[in-house]
Design a binder for this molecule. Sequence first.
Ligand SMILES: [Zn+2]
Length: 340
Amino acid sequence: MDARVILKSSAPFIAHYSGIARALAFRYAGPGTIFLLHSVVDDIAHYIDKDLRCPALVLERILGWLRDQGVEFVSLDEAVERLGRSSLGKFCVFTFDDGYADNLTHALPVMERFDAPFTVYVATGMINGEIDGWWFGLGELIRTRECLELPELGCRFDCPDLARKRRTFVAIRTLIDTNSEALAAVRTAIAVSGIDCHELARAESLNPEQLRRLAASPLVTIGAHSVRHINFQRAPAAEVEREMTTSRRVLQDIIGREVKHFAYPFGACGSREAQIAHSAGFRTAVTTQRGALFPEHVNHLYALPREPIYAKDNASSLRCKIDGTYRAFHSRLGDPVAHM
Ligand SMILES: [Zn+2]
């Protein structure tokens, strides 16, 4: 791994152990934190897309650690209410993106043990097969190959074992984020191999009956996460608006309840997307920007930051997350309040 990458990913830990994080926390720790997860499984041992998976036991350990630190578990609506108040203790909100069936079978039982409210942001295309779930196809492509070539990009990845398959998955996802040609090249490779991304997504998705059962829990808030899960910043405004309003309508029809919250696919959000979420009538929208929640976020309800949870998280990394250490590093000691 590149030395700069190691240094960047290690920086918050170095800060934690050297005491710098404690000093940074005076400025970067807010009263609240929104955590982001995707799928919750028994064991991540065989998953290539491991950053999207959290073992149920790890989730349980994280909830236990947070409770021991005196961090209160609240719903998203309660968190918004608390932004307007002062002198309350630390709180956090758990959110799960995309609409995995394991949010019902694996996450809900853990959250119930801690009486912890949570929000599930569902991309309705997961349910009906309309999702542009290229990452499901990419995972399958890497799983079934020892070497992957993307000739349009002049790239070749050797992936004969699990460790290299995982690195290849992360490398290609990063490539897609930074190179506008990359997604087309990946789509071509998936199509040529005959992999059906829609079917792979549907196999992991909540079905309407499961979604209703999840929504029936008093702990659960259902939020919208678009239909096709496309990158909004590469789409026309009319399409962004349609994705937001259609996903909300489909979810409301299934669960019979108002859907008030939105999560931008891939966290891709600028001022245009925030304005559309506001105009579409959502109460909040969350991004993937790092950082804590501050009272100032009442003025930025359509760009609320979230801290991701990974299987490898431990007390040190969680402390860095609730103390805003990652925000300090990602913003290069800039504004503690992550917004547009
Ligand atoms: Zn998503």
